[in-house]
Write a protein of this length. Structure first.
Length: 420
């Protein structure tokens, strides 16, 4: 028995012919180890990359207590609990231009937002409530000690790690790293993913369509999905159903990539050579997953590369990619932060057909109905109807055990796009 088969056979309730979605995910995880390999990149180039170091502030951010508002820096102890207090204005401090002297009893300093709090002061009174009388100001009662100031280190504390290895760097992280004056960081090397389409019926763009042929669209959706994951991609084109060509494609993919994604030719009872070649060249399992769309799928390894043999139907490719391959590739890429896609609950606008015993990923449109968000399907749900993915803005995830859904019942949705 090969290693992959050994690992998955140890999983509770593993059944390759009726594999539950969560089991398939678990099996994939159990067989994959993240790539090693690190490089140093400039902070800006690190966007989306997987951090491979801790970011530990060498100083506090902000470095000094400073004013959060435009106004006057005062000593809280000078202020009367009741009635007005008159203070002498002895200077000014701007952001980047501190006041050099010390502030004594009965004195204050004009401050702008971001100005370092002058020595001796602890409180800022906003300019709107102050009455100016020549070189003095009059402060009303009711000010609170420390108000309108920002403490040194309230954003980042010296010595306390803020970013950890395994995190994909987001725009805020780049800013945070920059706020520490760090110009270069260590990140994992980019994952390399090779992909190709299989099937004799496929024509490439540029060639005329012969009778019975379809243009290869899977390579375009895969290109889009892989590009967004931030991996390096290796497009090996359409591979005819010919043993020599398939073998060459798998060999080239395995030699040059960390993972291989193919589409087509993995159905049970499939007559073409794709499955045979996968089985011959690597350790590969052929699954029937209890899901819709996307039932057949191959998973395993060829050489050192992880293999994902996705079904051929255009919607099934996208669903299996998002539900299995995305998770697997992020794991391989070294991510250890939480990248599970959130599931939100919203009411179904209309009844949904569903039979228990499989997880369904219906293509949905999340829309606002008056004040409330609801979800409806895009209509036709055939796994060849790619338009359904294009029109959708979410998956309606109907759980394994669930049956028919009535209008108004809450369902889980997984959004396609977020604030990234
Ligand atoms: P298969 O999984 O190979 O049996 O393919 C299932 C269906 O998906 C068939 O109708 C194929 O023609 C279609 N299909 C397979 N590969 C592609 C592709 N790359 N682009 C568009 N349709 C495809
Ligand atoms: Mg086929």
């Amino acid at each position: 028995m090969n290693r992959i088969a050994e690992v998955v056979s140890c999983l509770d309730g593993y059944d390759p012919n009726a594999l539950r979605v969560d089991k398939a995910r678990e099996a994939i995880r159990a067989c994959l180890a993240p790539v090693a390999g690190v490089e140093r990149v400039a902070t800006r180039s690190a966007l989306g990359r997987v951090l491979d170091q801790q970011i530990v502030p060498a100083f506090d951010v902000p470095a000094h207590d400073n004013s959060a508002m435009d106004g006057y820096a005062v000593r809280a102890a000078d202020l009367g609990a009741e009635g007005e207090t008159r203070l002498e204005e002895i200077g000014a401090a701007l952001a980047g231009r501190p006041y050099k002297g010390k502030v004594g009893r009965g004195e204050c300093v004009r401050v702008m937002t971001g100005a370092v709090m002058p020595a001796g002061t602890d409180t800022v009174v906003i300019q709107e409530v102050v009455r100016v009388e020549g070189d003095a100001i009059v402060v009303p009662a009711g000010q609170k000690r420390g108000q309108n100031t920002r403490a040194a280190g309230e954003d980042l504390k010296r010595g306390v790690a803020v970013l950890h290895p395994g995190r994909a760097l987001a725009p805020a992280d780049l800013g945070l790293i920059a706020s520490l004056g760090i110009g270069e960081v260590s990140v994992r090397r980019r994952l390399r993913v090779a992909f190709f389409s299989t099937g004799d019926e496929l024509a490439s763009i540029g060639a005329p369509l012969a009778e019975g042929q379809v243009y290869d669209s899977n390579r375009y959706t895969l290109y889009g999905m892989l590009s967004r994951l931030g991996v390096e991609i290796l497009d090996l084109g359409v591979v005819r159903d010919d043993p020599a060509l398939l073998e060459a494609a798998f060999a080239s993919a395995a030699a040059n990539a960390d993972a291989i994604v193919t589409s087509g030719g993995v159905s049970v009872g499939e007559a073409d050579f794709t499955k045979q070649m996968m089985a011959r060249l690597g350790e590969v399992l052929f699954w029937r997953i209890a899901m819709r769309p996307g039932r057949p799928m191959a998973f395993g390894r060829i050489g050192k590369a992880a293999l994902f043999g996705l079904p051929g139907n255009p919607v099934a490719v996208m669903v299996t990619f998002y539900q299995f391959v995305r998770d697997a590739l992020l794991h391989l890429a070294g991510r250890t932060d939480n990248y599970t896609l959130p599931l939100l609950k919203v009411p179904a606008a209309a009844p949904l057909r569903k039979v228990p015993g499989r997880t369904e990923y219906q293509r949905g449109v999340l829309f606002r109905d008056g004040g409330e968000w609801k979800v409806r399907t895009t209509g036709q749900q055939g796994s060849g109807v790619l338009r359904s993915m294009s029109e959708a803005n979410c998956f309606i995830v109907l759980e394994h055990e669930r049956g028919r859904v009535e209008a108004g019942e809450p369902v889980q949705v997984q959004l396609f796009d977020g604030l990234t």
